[in-house]
Design a protein around this ligand. Structure first.
Ligand SMILES: [Zn+2]
Ligand SMILES: [Zn+2]
Length: 355
């Protein structure tokens, strides 16, 4: 996790002595918004409610996470039946119900599902999507950082809760963000990036919608100034979080992971699913600013070769290949199993030896 979970509200403020705060919504300077910036945020926000904490929890075993994803899917499939979406239910139950994989008996590689439903809330498909996204974006972002001498940061923007449907909540957040990136302050300090929407619900059933941004910072600034800008475009929200990403590959994987689980689907109700289905045409991920243009024109070059995370290293394996895990040269066998059988197999491996 490293830098991503450490609070960095106190960033080094280089050059702050030169930065004269501009007039913000009638405030002469940030210091004139005393209750907002000097006191601890009083509003309950995503940042205070343990969503980030949930990302800190101990790493679960592969069998546990696979099983948990199956459970989430069954829950969603039940809900789909209840709201009379039989097709969705069928797709969800079929997705990853059987898998093919290569194994040496001690390690497992290249798990290939029988079917992928591609429903945005499906945890298996969301996971695949975030990995694909990482493989696509990592080389482009690496090149962008190198060519523009920018620092990648993970920025989370939140908004206050209101009684509104999810669609409205997302619209409100997106529109504030669009206003933010048009502002001089933003343009002066950032060269675009990617955004993605994540939403959860708290115990009181209020929607928490927030934006995860991978931004490319071109200049240091006092994060309080950014807070003031955010307050200015939202009218009532100033809670954000900014963490530099020191290792791009790790950082992106981490950020895309947040995004691969856009919702707390285990606690979903029929109402939530109905609400979500209304978002079918809403984009939940995109790129913006200079980075967006760069991405469209990007042609891969040898200079941008990056090492992709482990899971993507084994794309060329076939039955009979040598197991690529460290200190293992056993041959790989092709196996097929139902989801339950696969969990059992994973457990057997996990219990027999630490990999
Ligand atoms: Zn092996
Ligand atoms: Zn799926």
């Amino acid at each position: 996790m490293g830098s991503l979970v450490t609070s960095s509200t106190k960033l080094p403020v280089r050059g702050a002595e030169n930065s004269v705060p501009t007039l913000i919504n009638g405030f002469n300077s940030v210091a004139d918004i005393p209750t907002l910036l000097t006191s601890k945020p009083q509003l309950q926000t995503y940042l205070d409610t343990g969503v980030l904490n949930s990302q800190r929890t101990k790493k679960k075993s592969r069998s546990e996470t696979f099983k948990a994803r199956q459970k989430t899917k069954r829950h969603l499939a039940d809900l789909a039946t209840k709201i009379r979406e039989p097709e969705l239910c069928e797709k969800l139950l079929r997705c990853h119900s059987r898998v093919g994989f290569l194994t040496c008996g001690r390690h497992i590689h290249q798990v290939i599902p029988n079917y992928v439903c591609e429903f945005k809330l499906c945890p298996d498909c969301a996971r695949r999507k975030s990995r694909k996204r990482l493989n696509k974006y990592l080389p482009i972002m690496t090149a962008f950082v190198r060519q523009n001498r920018v620092t990648p940061v993970h920025l989370v923007l939140t908004q206050t809760h209101r009684k509104e449907i999810r669609e409205q909540s997302i619209k409100r957040l997106k529109s504030a963000f669009n206003n933010l990136i048009r502002r001089e302050f933003w343009k002066e300090h950032f060269k675009g990036g990617t955004w993605s929407i994540e939403f959860t619900k708290d115990k009181d059933n209020l929607h928490h919608t927030h934006l995860h941004i991978i931004g490319f910072r071109s200049k240091f600034f006092d994060v309080d100034l950014l807070r003031a800008e955010w307050f200015s475009v939202t009218g009532d929200s100033f809670v954000l979080r900014l963490d530099p990403i020191t290792d791009l590959s790790k950082g992106l994987l981490e950020v895309f992971k947040y995004v691969s689980k856009p919702l707390d689907t285990d606690r979903f109700t029929t109402e939530d699913l109905r609400d979500f289905l209304k978002l079918r045409n809403t984009h939940l991920f995109g790129s913006f600013g200079e980075f967006r243009a760069f991405k469209s024109n990007y042609v891969a070059s040898d200079d941008d070769k990056v090492s992709l995370p482990d899971y993507s290293r084994y794309g060329d394996l076939v039955e009979g290949s040598v197991c690529p895990s460290d200190n293992c040269d056993r041959p790989l066998f092709d196996r097929r199993a139902s989801a339950t059988g696969f969990v059992k197999y994973l457990k057997k491996i996990e219990n027999s030896a630490p990999s």
